[in-house]
Design a protein around this ligand. Sequence first.
Ligand SMILES: *[C@@H]1O[C@H](CO)[C@@H](O)[C@H](O)[C@H]1NC(C)=O
Ligand SMILES: *[C@@H]1O[C@H](CO)[C@@H](O)[C@H](O)[C@H]1NC(C)=O
Ligand SMILES: *[C@@H]1O[C@H](CO)[C@@H](O)[C@H](O)[C@H]1NC(C)=O
Length: 296
Amino acid sequence: FRTAAETAWRVLESGGSELDAVERGCGQCEIDQCDGSVGYGGSPDESGETTLDAMIMDGNTMEVGAVADLRRVKNAIGVARKVIEYTKHTLLVGESASLFAVRMGFPYEDLTTQKSLSLFSEWLNRSCQPNYWKVQCSDGNKTFDCSGLTSFPVLFSCGFNAKSAGSNKASKVCVLFSTVHCRRVGDSPIAGAGSYADSTAGGAAATGDGDIMMRFLPSYQAVEYMRMGTDPTVACQKVISRIQKYAPKFFGAIVCANTTGSYGAACNKIPGFTQFHFMVSNPLLSQPTEQVVDCI
Ligand SMILES: *[C@@H]1O[C@H](CO)[C@@H](O)[C@H](O)[C@H]1NC(C)=O
Ligand SMILES: *[C@@H]1O[C@H](CO)[C@@H](O)[C@H](O)[C@H]1NC(C)=O
Ligand SMILES: *[C@@H]1O[C@H](CO)[C@@H](O)[C@H](O)[C@H]1NC(C)=O
């Protein structure tokens, strides 16, 4: 995310704090929507809504401000910053996070775009595939993937994937789930998962399948390796290897930087994802420079 890196670096060069740089850099991604995976109009959930997560961490004081499942507010990283400045909390969620944002002066805005609407309708048209359910449902005769279905009207408008013979037991499970609306939180707002910073050891940030990665606190782990003197690239690789043992096909990458400015990255090699690109800014470079690592 070149523009985000440029924005953050410019803040530092003009004397802004590290927190300012992180806030403005991430905020730039929220405005630009970066690759479509950040900010409004991205990855709609199974009801078609885009919700945002964000976290900012101060590696000097170890304060963290984070929001998860934030709705109708675009500048999630800005709200996270306010959590540090105006509260003794660490993580605000859902409607409460939105209310907090409004009290802090952020406007309510629609996070839906033509893009997110069409992503959502294409997904419905694909019988809600892919999705994050493990449960199989049955109409009595056929089993089918529960397809992220949250209610029966949705269920039948989605249609289903006919599989083998049905089971009434699975059917009951489906009914049970029909009242559940998943409010999913990713790894980004979880300290130590999406990112971590400790000014005495280093900083790390992870990207990829947060549902898998957050189980390993990869950013915390990487910072702890660097605290022990491990080279940042090696720290990143060790973290990726740890996850690989349990989830060989996970999609993910991590960047690591130590306190003397050395940095590295690592990623898990899977079909279609064999290299990871990241941006580097430092006083020796006239502009942010893209770097690439081969996944392991
Ligand atoms: C749904 O998908 C089918 C092909 O699988 C396509 O013909 C149809 O136009 C799509 N409908 C919408 C609303 O996207
Ligand atoms: C299951 O199959 C039977 C026999 O073909 C049929 O009478 C019944 O309506 C089917 N049930 C559903 C829910 O489709
Ligand atoms: C940071 O990493 C570099 C490269 O491995 C290493 O030479 C340096 O000593 C590290 N800094 C600290 C404070 O560990």
